[in-house]
Design a protein around this ligand. Structure first.
Ligand SMILES: Nc1ncnc2c1ncn2[C@@H]1O[C@H](COP(=O)(O)OP(=O)(O)OP(=O)(O)O)[C@@H](O)[C@H]1O
Length: 235
């Protein structure tokens, strides 16, 4: 029988910041499996370790203890070269859109393909325009970020994150800087595009208004996965 490997598989993961007397444990015995195409929302109090877990899954820092397999690759003890290679399979969206102010929307989206040498310059442009059309900004391809609203900038960031059709999309507070409607639009867009591309989403948020897009909600408290009885869908 064919067994499908989880996209992210975490076993007994601990994490520490600092060294010597300042060493502090921030993640405790995390065990979690995330399957292809799942939309996972991670929520919980400030300082509970959500961003730390997200950045470990994304290869933005190296995992130290336990096992963290992402797309079949063990990230625990991985070299920085390996992490760089792994990061090419991921899209990232942060609270601040992190667009380059000196580049147009189209040029910003193209940056999402720069590490993918399989595309010609022409293909990069065509795919980026297509992606901007999908996020409803085809008409604004040549606008600079300062001429776009907060929601539009975040939509450009989504286009940039998904243009390379990553297997995993990691999002840290993507709606925090947006008003209610723009936040909703951005999350719906991420949800629809990721489902079309069969992309797995791991999203950290404090925004209770967007919890309904999740297939599964993970609640963190004091560096551990915990049950949250007041949330509708608890893993
Ligand atoms: N680079 C770092 N060096 C030392 N300690 C850190 C570092 N990053 C985070 N921490 C600590 O690790 C713990 C978890 O932080 P983390 O940012 O993962 O929590 P969080 O749940 O994402 O919080 P928030 O919701 O406020 O973003 C906190 O106690 C934080 O102070």
């Amino acid at each position: 029988m064919l067994t499908i490997e989880p996209v992210i598989s975490i076993t007994n993961l601990d994490h520490y910041f600092g060294t010597g007397q300042l060493r502090k444990q921030v993640l405790f015995d995390i065990n979690l499996k995330i399957n292809a195409g799942e939309i996972i929302i991670m929520t919980g109090p400030s300082g509970s370790g959500k961003t730390t877990l997200l950045t470990l899954c994304g290869g933005l820092r190296s995992a130290q203890s336990g096992s963290l397999k992402v797309l079949g690759t063990e990230m625990c003890g991985a070299s920085s070269r390996q992490l760089t290679i792994e990061r090419r399979h991921h899209g990232y969206i942060f609270q601040a859109h992190n667009l380059h102010e000196s580049l147009t929307a189209l040029q910003n989206v193209k940056m999402g393909l720069e590490l993918h040498s399989e595309y010609s310059v022409r293909e990069m442009t065509d795919r980026s325009i297509e992606m901007l059309e999908l996020v409803g900004l085809g008409e604004r391809a040549n606008y600079y970020p300062h001429n776009l609203s907060g929601g539009q900038k975040q939509r450009v960031a989504i286009a940039r994150a998904l243009v390379s059709q990553p297997k995993i999309l990691l999002a840290d507070e993507p709606t925090a800087a947006l008003d209610k409607q723009s936040g909703r639009d951005v999350v719906d867009l991420m949800h629809n595009l990721a489902k079309e591309q069969d992309c797995t989403i791991l999203l950290v948020t404090h925004d209770n208004r967007i919890l309904d897009v999740a297939d599964r909600i993970i609640y963190m408290e004091d560096g551990r996965l915990a049950k949250a009885p007041d949330l509708q869908k608890v893993s």
